[in-house]
Write a protein that binds this ligand. Structure first.
Ligand code: HEM
Length: 506
């Protein structure tokens, strides 16, 4: 039976030697172009499938989600370090379902809207930080994303990214990422090593030590919430809801502690990174910034900040956010890979049980040549977000593409958030954070290139991105300039009032 086309590999090794350890997704994009929308190869003995069009991803990851919703095995990061309690890495099944339900209840569309208040207040603080300390804009974007995450999770905000809770959590996430590097641990390819007596499993010691530290931190955060619940001083949050429903969701304290910590790993870098990408885009495509600002001026005017209720009347702004998520999706390989739990066949191609499946969301540096026919053009596809049929002239940054379409799946743009039963559970919260932050930032400021000593604009390389699976722009300088003196006063007033209201989250 023929697997999908792909590069020819070596016996035993498969294609490992052809997959670069840095930004492997660039290679995947090349293979999508060369072999088509469904590509296969092997990493060791594991079959890997890369999906390069939205259609293929929908056909498999959504329509056949009963067999495409698992995850590859993460022996060290998922099983040893996290004791099977970090649901993002859990295989499809009861444990994952229980975990997912808690997060779904906490962040489904209507519930996510109940957090609009904290997002509005935090974005007012963000504007004040950008006004008073514009050079550190990247840090302010991170603080905003981190504070929304801790406020909705633990009812406690973050005033500075150097705070203990952020540092400890980041350290835990950094360690988790560091053990997830393919090839780092023999046991990932040879899981039978887990059958050795425990004392001989040399690879366990370090991750198990880290596990103790993680547990201490997560239980501490849970106890803090319990205390404040008893005081009656806690704003509504995911952790208090989950504790209150403990009997119904059937979780131990430790399970709850791990489950509610999910927004930390999955929600901060993604949100902050997307906002950095918007800043980068504004330096390269200032016309789109002007259009969004014209719309804001017409709909909102100069006397007040944009609010959530303005969303329906700001179609261009919404399209600009969608185009940011498409132009450089932060989760380059669709976040975490899926895994297939039964043999399958797709368009005559065999997809074996146990395959790892990546949705190739990345965009790669490439200029599309002009083509004679639409068919030739369609063939030149390097992945979901630069499919020239779905996104004509994919290299352009053109929010209009989301306004000119009738396609419901573009109007309601969920592609950047993954697929099927594993789709980002924080999607609505993330979209709300992005809306209010971007609306207010562009209402208040021009985002402009920094100037060098000769007064010339410094335009950062639009392809200089970090190597992580959440790939964001390498730090670049830029100027964040108030659009008028009135804006400064308005931001000052809003910040003062927000600071008082935010006392509840301290
Ligand atoms: C711009 C912001 C964000 C982007 C682009 C994003 C994107 C993604 C993607 C692509 C996936 C993988 C989906 C799949 O496997 O098909 C994912 C999963 C996930 N995301 Fe997000 N995300 C964002 C923000 C958030 C936020 C704010 C939260 C927390 C509230 C969150 C929590 C999660 C969780 C827990 C998963 C794992 C779901 C599962 O395995 O069942 N994300 N996200």
């Amino acid at each position: 039976r023929n697997m999908p086309p792909g590069p020819r590999g070596l016996p035993f090794l498969g294609n490992k030697h052809q997959v670069p350890s840095i930004k492997p997704w660039r290679k995947f994009a090349e293979w999508n172009r060369q072999y088509g929308p469904v590509v296969s190869f092997h990493l060791g003995s594991t079959p890997v499938i890369v999906l390069g069009t939205a259609q293929a991803a929908w056909d498999l990851l959504e329509k056949r989600s009963e067999i495409y919703s698992s995850r590859p095995r993460f022996v060290v990061a998922g099983e040893i370090l996290s004791d099977n309690m970090r649901g993002l890495m859990l295989p499809y099944g009861e444990g994952w379902r229980k975990w997912r339900k808690v997060l779904h209840n906490g962040f489904h569309s209507r519930r996510a809207d109940t957090y609009n208040e904290i997002q509005s207040l935090e974005s007012a603080v963000l504007l004040h930080e950008l006004l008073t300390d514009p050079e550190q804009y990247e840090q302010h974007l991170q603080r905003f994303a981190a504070s929304v995450a801790t406020s909705v999770t633990y009812g406690r905000r973050v005033t500075n990214v150097d705070e203990w809770i952020v540092r400890e959590n980041m350290a835990a996430m950094d360690y988790l990422t560091s053990v997830n590097i393919p090839g780092k641990y023999l046991v990932e390819s040879w899981p039978w090593l887990l059958k050795l007596p425990r004392s001989l499993q040399w690879f366990r010691r370090e991750p198990e030590e880290h596990r103790e530290r993680d547990i201490a931190l997560l239980i501490h955060l849970l106890d803090d919430v319990k205390e404040r619940m008893a005081d009656g001083t806690l704003p509504d949050c995911l952790t208090s809801q989950t504790i209150a429903n403990k009997a119904k969701n059937g979780m131990s304290d430790l399970e709850i502690a791990y489950t509610v910590s999910s927004p930390f790993g999955a929600g901060i870098e993604t949100t902050a990174g997307t906002l950095c990408i918007l800043f980068l885009a504004m330096l390269h495509f200032p016309d789109t910034m002007r259009k969004a600002q014209t719309e804001l001026d017409e709909v909102v005017g100069p006397d007040r900040l944009p609010v959530f209720e303005d969303r329906e009347r700001l179609p261009y702004l919404r399209a600009l956010i969608n185009e940011t998520l498409r132009w450089r999706p932060i989760a380059v390989l669709g976040g975490t890979p899926h895994a297939v739990t039964a043999d399958d066949e797709y368009n005559g191609m065999f997809i074996p049980k146990g395959s790892t499946v990546f949705a190739n969301l990345t965009c790669v540096p490439y200029i599309y040549p002009r083509y004679e026919t639409e068919a030739d053009y369609a063939l030149d596809n390097r992945g979901i977000m630069q499919d020239p049929i779905m996104f004509p002239s994919p290299e352009d940054f053109r929010p209009e593409r989301f306004l000119e379409t009738d396609d419901p799946r573009l109007k309601d743009f969920e592609l950047p958030f993954g697929f099927g039963r594993r789709i980002c559970v924080g999607m609505h919260l993330a979209q709300n954070s992005l809306f209010i932050a971007v609306a207010r930032i562009l209402w208040a400021f021009d985002i402009l290139p920094a100037l060098d000593e000769a007064g010339q604009p410094i335009i950062p390389d639009p392809w200089n991105f970090t190597d992580g699976f959440n790939s964001k722009p390498v730090s670049f300088p830029c100027r964040v300039k108030p659009r008028s003196p009135v804006v400064g006063e308005r931001v000052e007033t809003e910040w003062k009032s927000a600071s008082i209201q935010l006392e509840r989250w301290h």
